[in-house]
Design a protein around this ligand. Structure first.
Ligand code: GAL
Length: 650
């Protein structure tokens, strides 16, 4: 059994506290009829569970849990810590999150608590313990979800300031001079006399790029660790009552994404909230290539995963209402997720709210509650999924690993390199080039073992880590192929620039150095590989070869004729260095060359937008094909209507 369940299942996120009890029973009947197996409850219900300080009301939760249990629907129970009740804020000011402006976040929103506050932790501990004690013996509760969409700690209150200072003290063994030196705080007279002078990045001047990047990088690390500590606290609280509790949390990508590799190391299964964009991109294709995200989630624990929220309708709340999911998108995106390793797909949400901020974040059922097109697609998905009984221990085999690092993401977030240059973009370009020709890619942590792969992609290793360089050197010597991209080897672990020629530690395996660079941002320069023409943009390293062969040449600018990318044979393997950001065709052709050279099975006939991926168990292969496009396409003599998906079992 993998991930707690034996066969892949579908479920729904349900908020019984928002509805009159008279409709609970018919909701459950409809869930059963549509093939739902799991229901998530309670992650925002604190005010209904503890209406006044210390007075708990579990009657309604007991009631719905017992009805779901009777119906043999399994349950995921959320800890409600994302939304503490208003009475707590009024009485205990310190539980409120403090904004960058220094002002306290107003009540009425969610996620506005500070988990460095001892008062907040005391109340959290009590409510979580109450829930865990009460439901400890209910075997129908298959898992616990911690909080909701945890982000790195962005609070700036006194408790957070103290915690950040402690973190820095520990890092620099209490020696403030070492910190001043490491961060270069003599620049702009920023030196501290003692740790108590340090504050979190707060104030009107706050803007990445204006504040010291080393300090900002360390703050990002602390903020992520603070979240991990909160996760540890919740796990310990639940496990005190239920030692074997199966625990996860619903992650998502935001501007404050913490290091989820570290967070899920502590949890039983990686989980994600999957909301593919419902907008069209400029090229006329969907904006959403969820393949990357899904592979990233699978890489968090190097295992299959759960989706605790899956798009159930058009969004609307923090932004104008999005377009509706087009016909077949509802089940198409769900099948795509299954293909990439999802073992449980929980749709958000069962009913569309009639009240509150999210009344237009559409659920499966409209406001009137009568099943319509979206609901029918969802029910069709559930029925087909249940009929297939796909084992959860089916695995995706990959020859290509993409090394992902939150550390690099943090460093990029606090200091922009050139217009449009983000860590995520670099990562996705390499990922989609291989996925476009049907090659599986494991998106794994930079520190993970790479021995079993044929090809390793290392996008933008900005903050150096000797272990990564040493690992890659061995990997290439032993016959592996690596692709390393620009802005690698730039900084030391404190975020200061290293005084070496780039790409630093990687110059040895790549046999190339960067003579100069041109941060062209959204401008473009023609690029040539052999007799093929492409476009370079974003960031152009001008390379000097010291043993490597030229792979790509600039055909414009003052560096026309100079090297943009190189290829080097080192030991028994090959190292590519990409000094520029090419267009998609450039990456695709590179992926084809590498896959051919390393004898990785690939398929250049896959039409654009079609996602083809296989899960294996023994000799059985489950292949999932999803047409993520607005146009019909043909593949292997099969026709795929827009957003149509097929499952082929061999
Ligand atoms: C998710 C969140 C849900 C709900 C949903 C709306 O990010 O976890 O609680 O807000 O978005 O689309």
């Amino acid at each position: 059994m993998s991930n707690q369940i034996e066969v892949i299942k579908a479920g729904v996120d349900y908020y019984p506290e928002h509805w009159d009890r008279s409709i609970w029973e018919s909701d459950i009947e409809l869930m059963l009829k549509s093939g739902v197996k799991v229901v998530r409850l309670a992650e925002f219900a604190w005010s209904r569970l503890e209406p006044t300080e210390g007075k708990y009301d579990f009657e309604w939760l007991d009631d719905i849990i017992s009805r779901l249990t009777k119906a043999k629907l399994e349950i995921i129970l959320g800890t409600p810590t994302s939304c503490p009740p208003v009475w707590m804020y009024r009485k205990y000011e310190e539980v409120r999150h403090t904004e960058k402006s220094g002002l306290k976040t107003a009540t009425g929103i969610r996620g506005h608590r500070c988990w460095e506050s001892p008062v907040f932790l005391k109340f959290s501990q009590k409510i979580i313990s109450q829930m865990a004690k009460r439901y400890a013996t209910n075997s129908n509760i298959i898992a616990w979800q911690l909080d909701n969409e945890l982000e790195s700690n962005s609070c700036n209150c006194d408790n957070c300031t103290s915690a950040f200072r402690e973190h820095l003290k520990k890092k620099f063994n209490g020696d403030i001079k070492k910190l001043n030196l490491a961060y270069g705080l003599d620049v702009w007279s920023g030196e501290y006399s003692n740790f108590d002078e340090i504050i979190t990045p707060i104030g009107a001047q706050y803007k990445p790029g204006w504040l010291n990047p080393s300090y900002m990088l360390e703050h990002a690390r602390w903020a992520s660790e603070s979240t991990a500590k909160f996760v540890d606290f919740q796990i310990a609280t639940i496990r005190k009552e239920i030692p074997k509790a199966f625990i996860t949390t619903n992650s998502c990508f935001t501007a404050h994404t913490p290091d989820f590799h570290k967070i899920f190391d502590r949890l039983n299964v990686a989980a994600y909230d999957n909301y593919p964009s419902l907008y069209k991109a400029e090229d006329g294709y969907p904006n959403a290539d969820r393949g990357f995200i899904l592979d990233w989630v699978r890489g968090l624990k190097d295992d299959n995963f759960w989706l605790l929220e899956q798009v159930g309708g058009s969004f609307g709340c923090w932004a104008p209402i999005s377009p509706a999911p087009k016909p077949s998108m509802m089940d198409g995106y769900a099948w795509q997720a299954v293909g990439h390793g999802a073992n449980l797909i929980m749709f958000f949400r069962w009913r569309t709210a009639t009240k509150g901020a999210e009344m237009f974040c559409h659920g499966l059922l409209e406001h009137h509650g009568i099943p319509g097109r979206r609901f029918n697609e969802f029910a069709k998905f559930c029925t087909e999924l249940n009929a297939l009984e796909i084992p959860t221990d089916t695995v995706i085999k990959s020859d290509v690993a993409l090394l992902y690092s939150s550390e690099q993401d943090f460093a990029f977030r606090v200091q922009e390199m050139s217009a449009g240059f983000t860590y995520r973009k670099q990562v996705e370009l390499l990922h989609s080039a291989f996925r476009g020709i049907g090659v599986n890619v494991d998106v794994i942590n930079e520190s993970a073992d790479i021995g079993k792969y044929k090809v390793v992609l290392l996008p933008t290793h900005f903050v150096s880590d000797d272990l990564v360089a040493t690992k890659l050197e061995k990997f290439v010597s032993d016959g592996g192929t690596v692709v390393i991209t620009n802005r690698s080897g730039v900084k030391d672990k404190h975020g200061a620039c290293l005084m070496h020629k780039l790409p630093g530690d990687f110059a040895k395996i790549c046999c190339v150095t960067v003579a100069e660079y041109d941060a062209i941002g959204e401008d473009t320069v023609p690029l040539i590989v052999g007799d093929k023409k492409y476009t370079a943009s974003t960031w152009n390293d001008i390379l000097e070869l010291c043993g490597a062969k030229a792979y790509a040449i600039y055909d414009g600018e003052y560096y026309k004729g100079q090297v943009a990318a190189s290829k080097n044979f080192f030991g028994k393997g090959t190292a590519y260095y990409l000094g520029t950001v090419g267009d998609m065709a450039f990456y695709r052709d590179l992926a084809i060359e590498i896959s051919s050279d390393t004898k990785i099975t690939h398929d250049i006939t896959i039409p654009k937008g079609l996602d083809v991926i296989t899960r294996n168990k023994g000799k059985t292969k489950y292949t999932f094909i999803f047409n993520n496009s607005y146009t019909e396409c043909e593949y292997k003599r099969m026709t795929f209507k827009p957003f149509e998906s097929k499952v082929i079992i061999l």
